[in-house]
Design a protein around this ligand. Sequence first.
Ligand code: NAD
Length: 313
Amino acid sequence: MRYIVTGGAGFIGSNLAEQLVRDGHEVVIVDDLSTGRSENIKHIIDHPRVTFIEGSVTDLALLIDACGGADGIFHQAAIASVPRSVKDPLETNAVNIGGTVNVLWAAKECGVPAVVAASTSAIYGDDPVFPKHEEMRPTPLSPYAVSKLAGEYYGKVFSDLYGIRTTFLRYFNVFGPRQDPNSEYAAVIPKFITRLLDGKPPIIYGDGEQTRDFVYVLDVVRANILAMESGATGVFNIAGGRRINLNELARNLGEIMGVHTPPIYEPPRLGDVRDSLADISRARVAFGYSPRYALKEGLRETVIWFRDSGRYR
Ligand SMILES: NC(=O)c1ccc[n+]([C@@H]2O[C@H](COP(=O)([O-])OP(=O)(O)OC[C@H]3O[C@@H](n4cnc5c(N)ncnc54)[C@H](O)[C@@H]3O)[C@@H](O)[C@H]2O)c1
């Protein structure tokens, strides 16, 4: 198969592109390297079945050029940060909504039958019902969550109007190798690991009792491929299906890394949700998804990667 991976130089996209190459597919990566890094794909970029196009999903002509003859698009490109969207909602709107509509339109123009796209658990906001299931009414709390929800609605409308199969995967908190620990907006696990590696205390925003449903990146990769191959359409939660609070997470990481540095606490961040836990039964029924990695196993792999890759500084 010939697959397009937008955002394929990013954390999740590069892990996905690598697996698709390993599975024998042809892969076209479209990425503007805004938060992604060429280093993430340096081991596959010279592969005869890999093409890298440096460019933006806001560029429709570029997407239409890239999509010719493709069997499917994995759309991962986005401004993937709640705080960044709070600071600059216009940019998030242009890339996440504009880019997604472009990807869908390019699929239509090029006759690409299927788009599997990254959505987010942030769509559920602070609804007190747990676990979160896909029929719940969305209550986005940030421009980022609004942008992802709009993408889902566009996906449904493009399915209905133009017959493109669209699947939106609501990732919960993804972690694993290549996740960027350095940006101001970095996710909690790479931040904790790299601070502990530097002998510094992890920083927790809030009291640390907020919970997250973490999922290892290779489980997310498998979910994408299962969704594409199964032909399932609609919206699906992709998560570990278990939750842990940030105080426990810091303790777990300390144990795995053999360090005991207590966290320090700072004020909660605007737009962050308090708790998160997914019902993953819809994805299990539709395309056989269930996580293969236990949380501690994924954490161990991630710690090893950060230690060995020397990539965190
Ligand atoms: N990491 C998570 O926990 C998580 C959770 C929910 C949803 N998601 C979604 O998963 C997807 C991948 O996120 P990630 O964590 O790998 O983040 P990431 O920042 O590592 O990856 C995003 C990639 O998209 C690229 N990109 C950004 N704007 C672009 C543009 N205009 N044109 C082309 N490429 C562009 C970036 O350079 C980067 O390579 C995103 O859609 C994100 O919203 C991630």
